[in-house]
Design a protein around this ligand. Structure first.
Ligand SMILES: [Ca+2]
Ligand SMILES: [Ca+2]
Ligand SMILES: [Ca+2]
Length: 409
């Protein structure tokens, strides 16, 4: 009984002691867990148009007002600072709050501060002022790919070792098989559209898509010309399994079919780095028993049939001397590398237990990135151009597909 009285007394005394320390005019109400001010606001994880704010949730907070400015924020200029949104609802006192501030200018210094509301028209004092820099957009050496965390694919960008992951899109549409422009400033991608997938350009900084094609049947597999003024893509023909290879200006004008009204399945075109040829997967000649790799001129004249034992998804190296591709000719799916004239075709993944898809070259031609299934979902892998140093880059429960390595210098 005695100990019960003591503990009851402690319950009454302790709050009085805390009030005594913090002052009787404490605007945040009765004491409790968590601070009654925000003095640990920090800005970090910069992206090229956003930063992430963290702070400890104060007690009795009902709402946050978070603001940014490019000059230091104080009580005098608080009202002119720019509110950011959306802001999170206050969590439990003492919890770590997180707020990503989007829509900032690239490579710019910002000041951030907040107030929190504790009752009707009762606002706290200004928090500490945090500073943060957005980063500059730089695609050099970066790998773009698609991932489906919400079930529908969005585009992401990462370093070759998987670090510094940036989400480029967050849309309900499927973004399929992105490709960098040679200067790394733009992407081309096939996206869901009405009535079927169409080819878009995508500014990776503004995330604004521009629809290039507007055709009744799907248009997919776009790739840039080396100068960035034209695209080559694959379009449906209405004939079951048939696909044409088409080039078009990036402004949507100048459409010209290189392979037209084709019954067979022609796909995955890639523009030669010297701009003179298109390599693609096709089945042009009788007997039509396998998909092989062909090159054609910009007038649609077949230059060469580079493979005869099966081959798909050709990818030129940046110097134009070699082509990587996929083939099932040995009874397993492998990545092959050959000279650009079709000579010296060598499998570089023989003996591995993965089935690689859609190889793409590093800017210096020493490495090849591709995607493959890990038994549960798709992951991105990388290896030397002779198959050595095979490493898995992503490792998660989403599908990670269609990597493309920026050749921007
Ligand atoms: Ca999407
Ligand atoms: Ca996985
Ligand atoms: Ca995965």
């Amino acid at each position: 009984m005695k100990s019960r009285i003591l503990s009851l007394a402690a319950l009454f005394v302790a709050p009085l002691l805390i009030f005594g320390c913090s002052g009787s005019d404490d605007p945040t109400g009765p004491a409790g867990p968590g601070p009654n001010v925000v003095d640990d606001l920090v800005a970090g994880l910069p992206d090229f148009d956003s930063v992430v704010l963290n702070w400890t949730a104060p007690r009795n907070a009902l709402e946050y007002d978070i603001r940014q400015a490019t000059a230091a924020i104080d009580d005098a200029n608080w009202e002119s600072a720019i509110p950011v949104g959306p802001v999170p609802d206050p969590g439990e006192a003492g919890a770590i709050e997180v707020c990503r501030v989007n829509g900032l200018a690239e490579y710019t210094g910002y000041y951030f501060a907040l107030k929190f509301r504790t009752g009707d028209d009762q606002w706290s004092a200004l928090s500490n002022v945090a500073t943060g820099y957005t980063s500059t957009f730089d695609s050099r050496g970066r790998i773009v790919f698609r991932r489906n965390p919400g079930g529908v694919d969005d585009l992401y960008m990462m370093n070759p070792d998987g670090s510094d992951l940036v989400r480029l899109t967050n849309t309900p549409e499927l973004e399929h098989r992105p490709r960098w422009s040679r200067d790394g400033s733009r992407l081309t991608v096939a996206m869901d559209a009405d009535p079927d997938m169409q080819v878009f350009l995508l500014d990776p900084v503004s995330r604004e898509p521009f629809q290039v094609t507007n055709e009744p049947l799907y248009c997919i597999h776009p790739a840039f010309s080396p100068g960035g003024t034209r695209l080559v893509y694959r379009t449906g023909t209405g004939s079951p399994g048939g696909n044409d290879i088409v080039i078009i200006g990036t402004d949507g004008t100048g459409r010209m079919a290189l392979i037209e009204d084709a019954d067979p399945n022609n796909y995955a075109p890639d523009w030669s780095p010297d701009g003179t040829k298109i390599a693609f997967t096709g089945d042009l000649f009788e007997p039509r028993t396998s998909s092989d790799i062909y090159t054609i001129t910009l007038l649609g004249q077949v230059v060469a049939r580079l493979t005869t034992e099966g081959g798909s998804n050709p990818a030129w190296s940046a110097d134009g001397t070699r082509i990587a591709f996929v083939s099932y000719r040995s009874g397993a799916t492998d990545v092959f590398v050959m000279n650009a004239d079709g000579s010296n075709q060598v499998s570089i993944t023989t003996g591995t237990d993965i089935a690689p898809s859609d190889p793409r070259w590093s800017p210096d031609g020493t490495r090849i990135v591709f995607f493959a299934h890990d038994g549960n979902d798709y992951e991105i892998w990388m290896m030397d151009n002779d198959g050595g140093n095979l490493v898995q880059i992503t490792d998660n429960g989403f599908d990670d597909r269609d990597p493309d390595w920026s050749w921007a210098e």
